[in-house]
Design a protein around this ligand. Structure first.
Ligand code: FES
Ligand SMILES: [Fe+2]
Length: 359
């Protein structure tokens, strides 16, 4: 079985553990309210202490498994609704078992509810999903952050659910050939504007980059940007494991930056989160309308694709248009293998390459 198939369908859900994933939008946690979320098939309860620190625990009481989200949160400790055990939100440490008498020898502080490192920025609650099989590293890497180029900018966030495995979502994100078919619109491009492209790609740690270049001249927004600044427009697109695409567009002093992640909720369900920031003179409402249209077009396509994938069809990836998808699968497989063997990860690319396709 090809690695692609194994990753997408086998008994192994093909999740990449030991990475940060966005679990929810910050705005969804209000006051002392608890929020539930799911990442990599792990049910989570999220909250924020009175000191403003977001936390994430497995939504399951270590006593008898009732979801902790049914409990009460006092701004510091979360009390289970069943027998009232109390856990510190940030560490998961048990601080009280009401049924214990003074004769009991049980060391309450040695009991922990499962919890995950949690950070809040860019308007998201990020959770570090450490593998059930490994211990949390002494130094948890920093959570992903959107790159910005100055203090003053506008930003917006959009999300949409995909009824498919994360791999399909990710290769959809990196797929250059669907543009003229899925994203046909007067403001972007039409099927007729298809032309041959050659783009250089280079390896970067855990991913690959579409090297800095001047974007497609058949897209109206780029032409407009060039007119506004008089400076060339350049764009750089990166894909980095486990699930992140970043794009930077710059022209003179104007810039646009975005971070898109496809997050595995379950093996058959994922979510796209799109965050963008810019200082280009473009109102948030207008940008959102365009971005929503795009995202919806991708979502509709993936809903239709999921319909087809239910019947386990044979699939193919072709050169060069699907090469980024092949790199993604190879990066993922090589990372899993390096972790299994305890060896250095082998990058599937030896150096820069030029890919050609028509779009
Ligand atoms: S199940 Fe949570 S305290 Fe018993
Ligand atoms: Fe798309």
């Amino acid at each position: 079985m090809a690695i692609e198939e194994k990753l997408a369908t086998g008994s192994d859900a093909g999740f990449l553990w030991d990475f940060w994933y966005p679990a929810a939008r910050s705005a969804e946690i209000r006051g002392r309210g608890l929020l539930t979320a799911m990442l990599l098939e792990v049910p989570l309860v999220l909250g924020r202490t009175d000191d403003g620190k977001a936390f994430a625990m497995r939504d399951s009481c270590p006593h008898r498994g009732i979801p902790l989200s049914y409990g009460r949160f006092d701004g510091k400790n979360l009390e289970c609704s069943y027998h009232g055990w109390k856990f510190d939100g940030c560490s998961g440490q048990c601080v009280e078992i009401p049924s214990l008498t003074s004769q009991d020898k049980l060391k309450v502080e040695r009991i922990f509810a499962e919890h995950y490192p949690c950070e809040e920025h860019d308007g998201y609650v990020w959770v570090y999903m450490n593998s059930p099989a490994t211990r949390l590293p002494a130094m948890v890497p920093a959570a992903p952050k959107l790159v910005t180029f100055g203090e003053r900018y506008k930003s917006t966030r959009l999300a949409c659910d995909l009824p498919s495995n994360v791999d399909q979502g990710i290769i959809g994100l990196m797929d250059p050939a669907h543009g003229p078919f899925v994203h046909q619109s007067w403001f972007w491009r039409s099927k007729k504007s298809i032309h041959e492209k050659a783009k250089q790609f280079e390896p970067i740690p855990f991913g690959f980059r579409m090297s800095t270049h001047s974007p497609s001249s058949n897209s109206a927004p780029y032409q407009l940007l060039k007119k506004m600044t008089g400076a060339p427009v350049t764009t750089t697109i990166d894909f980095v494991l486990p699930n992140m695409r970043t794009e930077e567009i710059r022209s003179g002093k104007l810039w646009f930056s975005s971070l898109t992640t496809v997050t595995p909720v379950r093996r058959d369900w994922s979510r796209i989160d799109f965050l963008a920031a810019w200082n280009v003179p473009l109102p948030v409402t207008i940008f959102r309308a365009f971005a929503k249209t795009f995202l919806k077009q991708d979502q509709e396509t993936m809903i239709q694709q999921a319909e087809g994938l239910q019947h386990n069809p044979r699939l193919m990836l072709i050169d060069d248009a699907d090469r980024p998808a092949k790199w993604y699968f190879a990066l993922k497989a090589n990372l899993i293998e390096s972790r299994r063997a305890g060896t250095k990860m082998v990058h599937p690319m030896d150096g820069p390459v030029t890919l050609r396709w028509r779009s």
